[in-house]
Design a protein around this ligand. Structure first.
Ligand SMILES: Nc1ncnc2c1ncn2[C@@H]1O[C@H](COP(=O)(O)OP(=O)(O)OP(=O)(O)O)[C@@H](O)[C@H]1O
Length: 345
């Protein structure tokens, strides 16, 4: 695997802030939770980053990295232990209502829609909640439905729509609030490839034509690579990578494979594999060996196979996890605490 440079200096230079409008500013955010037995867990540990207006940023990391805690703190749904968050210059904790006017979120799939109402009734309902008479925003709603290709579903009950359509309704409800900043958790989860592409295209249009700022959390590598301008990767409560997506080709070129062997790999051969490649999740018994290996190109996998063959152990299976960032994270951050990202900075 190639090297991924660490870049944790997120403080923008004065010239940056003069030219680019900052939509989201997170400064020294720390969140501790107390566990049942009275211990403290630091879920987010002194995290800082700025997000410029008109960009799509991917917030990634393995399970438990602190993404949700960061997003919820940014939205004002959690009170941080330390640090501050500004949305379009408004302090989320000092002026929650003011900040809330600038941000909306599609947090858990499509749960923000009322399934028994039609698509249009949902939009009307949420407008009313904001104190807006639905009639006065009918044109905006029509435009949004058109944009998301939902016009012919406007009078259908949400419960009867396909999963992809429900996801779009959820997005429409969130976007109808017309906030400059939108947070989305796994926006393409459960969508088929075509629907996921459609949605990505729609999001890009919104950002480019309406100057929205979108923060996406996802485990899907392809989505992140094709959708985001910039990627922030968290691990164990800290930011380990913060780079433009184009600078992360190493990460996206990396593919992980789960290898299963019909016997115990000799120690010498295991050492060779471990010494040459990024590996993780080894499981060994007398009649079976399993491990995960990350390689830069599928061809490099043949080199791994050569070492295994030399070890005299038959290969039961090699399966690819092409779109699963989780596996790549586990491998690059190391099961044993060794952090490849840090090591290459
Ligand atoms: N309410 C809570 N009480 C105690 N610990 C919590 C609480 N919420 C989260 N944590 C812990 O904080 C850490 C970060 O969790 P968080 O949900 O922010 O991670 P995540 O990156 O969003 O993970 P995932 O991808 O699994 O959603 C984890 O160790 C988690 O167990």
């Amino acid at each position: 695997m190639g090297t991924l440079e660490m870049d944790t200096d997120h403080t923008p230079s004065p010239s940056d802030s003069a030219t680019d409008e900052i939509a989201v500013s997170v400064e020294h955010l720390t969140k501790e939770y107390s566990t049942r037995d009275g211990d403290a867990i630091t879920a987010v540990d002194d995290v800082s980053f700025d997000i410029e207006s008109g960009t799509i940023v991917g917030l990634l990391g393995p399970n438990g990295a602190g993404k949700t805690t960061t997003i919820k703190s940014t939205l004002g749904l959690l009170i941080p232990t330390d640090g501050s968050v500004h949305i379009n210059g408004v302090d989320v904790h000092d002026d929650y209502r003011g900040a809330y006017e600038n941000v909306s979120a599609v947090l858990e799939g499509n749960r923000n829609a009322y399934w028994r109402l039609t698509v249009r009734e949902n939009l009307d309902y949420f407008a009313s909640l904001q104190g807006i008479h639905p009639k006065t925003v009918r044109d905006q709603h029509d435009e949004l439905l058109e944009q998301l290709r939902l016009t012919d579903k406007a009078n259908e009950v949400v419960k009867d729509l396909s999963r992809g359509m429900k996801q779009k309704v959820s997005l429409a409800i969130s976007l109808a609030r017309d906030t400059p900043v939108v947070f989305m958790d796994e926006p393409t989860l459960g969508l088929d490839v075509e629907a996921a592409r459609d949605l990505q295209r729609d999001l890009r249009t919104l950002v480019d034509e309406h100057d929205r700022t979108i923060v996406v959390s996802s485990h899907n590598m392809d989505v992140v690579q094709s959708l985001c301008d910039r990627v922030i990767i968290m691990n164990e409560g800290s930011i380990v990578v913060d780079r433009p997506v184009d600078a992360l080709s190493d990460l996206f070129d990396t593919r992980t494979y789960r290898v299963v062997l019909e016997g115990r790999l000799p120690d010498s051969h295991r050492e060779t594999v471990e010494g040459t490649y990024e590996t993780s999740r080894w499981k060994t018994s007398d009649n079976r060996t399993e491990f995960t290996v990350a390689v830069e190109t599928p061809r490099r996998l043949y080199d791994v196979v050569d070492i295994l063959r030399d070890g005299g152990v038959a290969i039961e299976s090699v399966s690819s996890n092409e779109s699963d960032l989780e596996e790549v994270f586990l491998t690059i951050t190391g099961d044993d605490g060794e952090n490849m990202l840090e090591g290459s900075g």
